[in-house]
Design a protein around this ligand. Structure first.
Ligand SMILES: C[S@@+](CC[C@H](N)C(=O)[O-])C[C@H]1O[C@@H](n2cnc3c(N)ncnc32)[C@H](O)[C@@H]1O
Length: 276
C-alpha cells in the first residue's frame, strides 16, 4: 500500500503536483465549480460548519466503532476512538469541505436544480454536512457507512437538513452489503463522493459499479488521491479515462463526463492556494 506519511512523503507528491502540466481537458467544464468554490468561503453556513468542526476536534467522548478502513478484515475490526481523533484524522476538514460545498452547488447548476448525492463512507457526517449545505432545496442524500455508531453520528449531524426538507438517508453495513442494492435500484446520482476504502483496487471496483448511475453532467469527488502510492495509481487511471475530464485538487480529485475529451494522460489542476 505504501502509505504517504511525514513531511518527506507529502513533499514528494507536492513536487509532482506542481509540475502537473499535461492539461488536455477543457477547464471550462470545471469553471462553474471553481466559481462556486470562491463564493462558499464567504457564506455564513460554511463558517457555521467550521465552528462545529472545531468543537468536534475538542470532543473527547469515546465511540466504539467497527473499522472497515484499509488493512482491516472484511467484517471490520472493533475498536474505540475519541471523536476528536476521528475528526482530525478521518473527517473532511474545511479545505475539503469548501470544495464539497462547491461541488453540490455546481452540480445543482448554481442552486437551480436539486442534487441527488451519494457518499461512500460518512464517518462523523462532516462530508455530508458540507455537501447538503451546498445543495439546493429538495436535494437528496444517501450515505453508506459500515460502522453503526458512525452511521448514527451522521444521522444526528444531518438531522437539521432533514428538518429543512432534504431527503436524507444513511444505510449501515459494509459496502459489499449496501452497495449492490444501490446499484440494482438504478437511481441516478448527480454527485458521488467516494471516501470509503482507501485501497486502489477497491476504488476502481466502486468506480466501475457506480459509473452507470452517474447523471450526464454528474460529478464524482474522489478523496485522498495521494493517501498512498496505490491510491494515486488508481486516481491516474481514473483521470486518464477518455470519457471523463479530471481536476486534481491535490488531496482530492474530481471527475465529470466529457464526451469531447478523447485520449489523454493527465488532469487539470487548481492553483496552490485553491488546493483541497
Ligand atoms: C475517511 S472516512 C469518511 C469521511 C467522510 N466522508 C467525511 O467527509 O467526513 C471513511 C469512512 O468509511 C467507512 N468505511 C471504510 N471502509 C468501509 C467499508 N468497506 N464498508 C463500509 N464503510 C466503510 C469507515 O467506517 C469510515 O467512517
Amino acid at each position: 500500500m505504501n502509505r504517504t506519511s511525514g513531511l518527506r512523503g507529502w513533499s514528494k507528491w507536492l513536487v509532482g503536483w506542481g509540475r502537473l502540466e499535461k492539461i488536455r481537458v477543457s477547464e471550462a467544464l470545471f469553471s462553474p465549480y471553481v466559481a462556486a468554490w470562491r463564493g462558499v468561503r464567504k457564506s455564513q453556513v460554511f463558517s457555521q460548519i467550521k465552528r462545529v468542526e472545531r468543537a468536534l476536534r475538542k470532543t473527547e467522548d469515546v465511540v466504539e466503532l467497527r473499522d472497515f478502513g484499509a488493512g482491516c478484515p472484511a467484517e471490520g475490526r472493533l475498536r474505540k476512538s475519541s471523536v476528536s481523533s476521528m475528526a482530525k484524522s478521518a473527517s473532511s476538514d474545511p479545505r475539503k469541505g469548501q470544495w464539497l460545498m462547491a461541488a453540490a452547488q455546481a452540480a445543482g447548476v448554481g442552486g437551480r436544480n436539486p442534487v441527488r448525492i451519494l457518499e461512500l463512507g460518512t464517518c462523523l457526517g462532516s462530508g455530508g454536512d458540507y455537501l447538503l449545505s451546498g445543495a439546493p432545496q429538495g436535494s437528496s442524500y444517501l450515505g453508506l457507512e459500515g460502522s453503526a455508531s458512525l452511521a448514527d453520528w451522521t444521522r444526528r449531524r444531518l438531522q437539521r437538513h432533514s428538518d429543512a426538507g432534504m431527503d436524507v438517508r444513511v444505510e449501515t453495513g459494509p459496502f459489499e452489503q449496501t452497495l449492490p442494492a444501490v446499484i440494482a435500484a438504478k437511481r441516478p446520482f448527480d454527485l458521488v463522493f467516494l471516501d470509503g476504502c482507501h485501497e486502489g483496487e477497491i476504488l476502481m471496483d466502486q468506480w466501475r459499479k457506480i459509473q452507470p448511475l452517474l447523471a450526464p453532467n454528474g460529478l464524482v469527488v474522489v478523496d485522498d488521491i495521494r493517501w498512498s502510492v496505490d491510491m494515486h495509481a488508481a486516481w491516474l487511471r481514473l483521470a486518464s479515462d477518455p470519457k471523463m475530464a479530471a481536476l486534481d485538487l491535490f488531496r482530492m480529485g474530481i471527475l465529470t463526463p466529457d464526451a469531447a475529451a478523447g485520449p489523454r494522460d493527465g488532469a487539470a489542476r487548481v492553483s496552490w492556494r485553491q488546493r483541497a
